[in-house]
Design a protein. Structure first.
Length: 395
């Protein structure tokens, strides 16, 4: 873990890389689900090998099984991707017909193919279609089982996997779709908030500087016209320009200071958002800062703690690879007096801190308000940052 500062305004490839990792993980999970259900193929494969069928029946059965599995995989892989509903429904109907023909021709061991029809229907079809297709495939399974010699003995073991498996895949599809919509909504809200903040800053700076710069321009033109014939009046205009410029500089500094001042409630909310977006479980103070005597904490001290929290969370997100981050914020009584202590710990890669602008700047901020900073490994794994600032006499 390093002490680098927060991410700047420049764009970073990290969100793109995270999206690619997320896509790979989704594909891996989908492939695992597909492979999990393939275990049921042992029944028809065993029947082909040991079922006593003739050469022609075995050859046609093998070709039919290969076609069924290929079409099932094509339908399962297309789950969640844009595809025409007519193509998906036609594929599900084709799989159902092929499963029925193979079961009626080769025996009860082939009834398990209807489980694949149900699973593929739940995974690939929209909810309004899968709610009918899954029970339909299960009903066709029951009808075919009654027409196959000895099929009733297999029916009880196949009904639940077919029905529940299909609806389970439909539920997973709906959950994935909802998650993607929530991510898109969150990204949209963040973009709108950033645009609104830029507009507000531009508006405020325009209000602050518009009048001052106009006045400076006007007096500069007047001073230029007064030279060299009226040097005293020109000097007065130059003095006015200097006074207006200094006041404009003060206004801009006050505005920028107001934008940059960090608060503990705001940074706690930002930490939760950042950690959640990075897939890190955030364990934050349940009561926020309501139980802390912030009225006795000077603004500079609160800002120093808030910047410490922002830097620590930024490092957790960027460098640690942690799965959990814990933040504690509490008032303590020590021999040196009362103080507020901020502790940010994670279960990531750990390591010793590397001196950099981030930790150096935090140390300077905290020392300026009489506080202190310590950062280092937390046990065998993980990293901990501890920031302390004293409370005022009013505590």
């Amino acid at each position: 873990m390093t002490g680098e500062g927060s991410v700047g305004a420049q764009s970073s490839p990290e969100p793109v890389l995270a999206a690619r990792r997320e896509n790979r993980r989704n594909r891996a999970v989908r492939a695992l689900w597909i492979a999990l259900w393939l275990v049921y193929l042992q029944a028809p494969v065993g029947d082909l090998v040991h079922g006593g069928h003739g050469t022609v029946a075995r050859t046609l059965g093998g070709l039919g099984l290969a076609a069924f599995v290929a079409w099932y995989l094509a339908l399962a892989v297309r789950a969640g991707r844009p595809a025409g509903a007519r193509w998906i429904v036609s594929s599900a109907v084709l799989l159902s017909a092929l499963a029925a023909v193979l079961s009626l021709s080769l025996g009860r061991e082939w009834l398990v193919l209807f489980v694949y029809v149900s699973i593929a229907s739940g995974a690939a079809l929209p909810g309004e279609l899968s709610r009918w297709m899954v029970p339909g495939a299960t009903l066709l399974l029951a009808l075919t089982a009654n027409a196959v010699p000895g099929g009733g003995e297999y029916l009880a073991d196949l009904l639940i996997p077919a029905l529940m498996g299909g609806f389970a895949m439909a539920g997973i599809r709906a959950m994935i779709r909802t998650t993607l919509e929530l991510r898109e909504a969150r990204a949209t809200v963040a973009q709108l908030a950033a645009n609104e903040e830029r507009l507000r800053m531009a508006r405020d700076l325009h209000d602050l500087l518009g009048h001052s710069l106009s006045l400076i321009t006007l007096k500069s033109e007047l001073a230029g016209r007064m030279l060299p014939g009226q040097p005293e009046r020109a000097a007065q205009q130059v003095a006015d320009i200097e006074r207006v410029s200094r006041q404009a500089l003060v206004d801009v500094r006050e505005a920028v200071t107001g934008y940059r001042r960090a608060t503990l409630p705001g940074e706690l909310a930002g930490a939760k958002t950042a950690l959640t977006a990075a897939g890190v479980l955030a364990d934050l103070p349940a009561g926020g800062v309501d139980d802390l005597p912030l009225d006795a904490l000077p603004e500079d001290a609160e800002a120093a703690l808030a910047w410490s929290l922002r830097e620590a969370v930024t490092n957790v997100v960027r460098h640690s690879g942690a799965k959990r981050c814990t933040v504690t914020l509490q008032a303590q009584q020590t021999l040196a007096g009362r103080l507020v202590e901020l502790c940010v710990s994670d279960d990531g890669a750990g390591g010793h801190p590397v001196p950099g602008n981030g930790l150096t700047g935090l140390t300077e901020r905290l020392e300026a308000v009489g506080g202190s900073l310590s950062a280092g490994p937390a046990g065998k794994r993980g990293f901990r940052l501890l920031a302390r600032v004293p409370l005022g006499s009013g505590s």
